[in-house]
Structure formats: structure tokens, C-alpha cells
Design a protein around this ligand. Structure first.
Ligand code: ADP
Ligand code: AMP
Length: 216
């Protein structure tokens, strides 16, 4: 099964992607994670993307299309993948269609997670991640069971993203509304779109997605 998770920053795409990756044996492909890794490693792509990401704007279509096109060829993607944060523009969506056709793969569904902007600001401001395994947490909505210890791997170091500050969040939301929202119409027309209410708690959102997938 090949899926896209669509939604604004902070909607819960990464959270749900990790849950679905585990329950369905899919590989999570997050362009945000890949770009952050490139920035940390100081690669050519990382150098090109760093400042754009810090401003909360979208990096160029060519860069992310190139990254995804290569990654989808890896053997671990053969049994299914979950795109998290890609595509984010119509040009990326059209390129993805071409890539999938060329590689003889198909898209099964696009899950749109709907959350109001005001809720997103609070979600992003409270977000932190296990530095060892990448598990996602929130100061209020999803704390580790034992304070300071990751539920998944027992790690005790956590990190917060540099772009998770209020000013950058506003430009990321602007980019979402201007450049990514048109994809809802694009995938609506293709009949692949399944929208879920992302304002509910993490488990309830997960249940809605599982129900949508069961109906495929
Ligand atoms: P995205 O990948 O869409 O940017 P995340 O999955 O990182 O979003 O979620 C953003 C923050 O909100 C995280 O701190 C996460 O723990 C929290 N979160 C995710 N889903 C929910 C939810 N349904 N209700 C409350 N908080 C949530
Ligand atoms: P995310 O982790 O999905 O919130 O992405 C973090 C940042 O990476 C975004 O604000 C963009 O600057 C960049 N980015 C991630 N995915 C894409 C994409 N598909 N297209 C353009 N920029 C992206």
C-alpha cells in the first residue's frame, strides 16, 4: 500500500505516519526529516535548503522531487511507503504521478488530516522528539510515560526543531495555505482523497485513518 499524508505543519502527519508504518509495515518517507538530515550532514542539498527551512518557506521542487524519486527506488519501499510532507505543491504532485507511472507503482490513498490554524500553533510550540529514535512527543498532549525517558527506546535526550518557533510557524502556515491546499482539490478529483478530523486526540485520529484504509 502506498499512501500520502496531507495536512498543515503540526497536524499530526509524523505521529500518524509512525503508527501506520508500524501497523501496516510501511516505510515512512518524510521529506522534512530527510532535509534536516542533509542540513546536519552539511551535504550540498543541506547547504542549499538550510536558510529556506529556517525562514519557514518551501525548498525548491527540484530538490525534493529528486530526493523522493531516488528514495522510492530503495528495496525497502517495494512493500509500501507512506509519504509524510510530500508532495506540497501541484508541481510536486504532478511529478510524483509521473515517477509512480515510470516505476510501475500506484497510489492507494491520500489521507488529509484537518486541523485549525490556532490549534497548530500550540501543537508546534510544544513539540519535542527523542534524539535517539525520533519518537515524537508534546509538552501537553503526549508526554513520555516517565518524564525524561523515551517510551520507545529508553533514550534520555530530546530535541526541539529550530523552525518550531511562533514566527516561522506563521510563514509555514502561509506556505501551506498558498501552495499545498490546492492539492486537496487535485486528489479530490482523482477519487483518492480521504479526509479525517485531526482536532481529536491521537488515538481517535488513528482510528479514523484505519477505518478509511479498511474501506479501500
Ligand atoms: P506534523 O508531522 O504534521 O508536523 P506532528 O506529528 O509532529 O505533526 O505533531 C505535532 C505535535 O502535535 C507533536 O508534538 C505531537 O505529539 C502532537 N500531536 C499530534 N497529533 C495530535 C493530536 N491528535 N492531538 C494533540 N496533539 C497531537
Ligand atoms: P516538515 O518537517 O514537513 O515540517 O518540513 C520542514 C521544512 O522542510 C519545511 O518548512 C520546508 O522548508 C522543507 N520541506 C519539507 N518537505 C518539503 C516539500 N515537500 N517541499 C518543499 N519544502 C519541504
Amino acid at each position: 500500500m502506498n499512501l500520502i499524508l496531507l495536512g498543515p505543519p503540526g497536524a499530526g502527519k509524523g505521529t500518524q505516519a509512525r503508527m501506520l508504518a508500524e501497523s501496516h509495515g510501511l516505510v515512512q518517507l518524510s521529506t522534512g526529516d530527510m532535509l534536516r538530515a542533509a542540513v546536519a550532514a552539511g551535504t550540498e542539498i543541506g547547504i542549499q535548503a538550510k536558510e529556506t527551512m529556517e525562514r519557514g518557506e518551501l525548498v525548491s521542487d527540484d530538490i525534493v522531487i529528486g530526493i523522493i524519486s531516488e528514495r522510492i527506488d530503495d528495496p525497502d519501499c517495494a512493500d509500501g511507503f507512506l509519504l509524510d510532507g510530500f508532495p506540497r505543491t501541484l508541481a510536486q504532485a504532478e511529478a510524483l504521478d509521473e515517477i509512480l507511472t515510470q516505476k510501475n507503482k500506484k497510489l492507494d490513498a491520500v489521507i488529509e488530516i484537518r486541523v485549525d490554524d490556532e490549534q497548530l500553533v500550540g501543537r508546534i510550540a510544544g513539540r519535542f522528539t527523542c534524539a535517539k529514535c525520533g519518537e515524537g512527543y508534546h509538552d501537553t498532549f503526549r508526554r513520555p510515560e516517565r518524564d525524561g525517558i523515551c517510551d520507545k527506546c529508553g533514550g534520555s535526550e530530546f530535541s526541539r526543531r529550530k523552525d518550531d518557533n511562533e514566527e516561522t510557524v506563521r510563514s509555514r502556515l502561509q506556505a501551506y495555505h498558498a501552495q499545498t491546499v490546492p492539492l486537496i482539490g487535485y486528489y479530490g478529483e482523482s477519487g483518492k482523497l480521504k479526509s479525517v478530523d485531526g482536532m481529536l486526540d491521537i488515538e481517535s485520529v488513528n482510528r479514523q485513518i484505519e477505518e478509511a484504509l479498511a474501506g479501500l
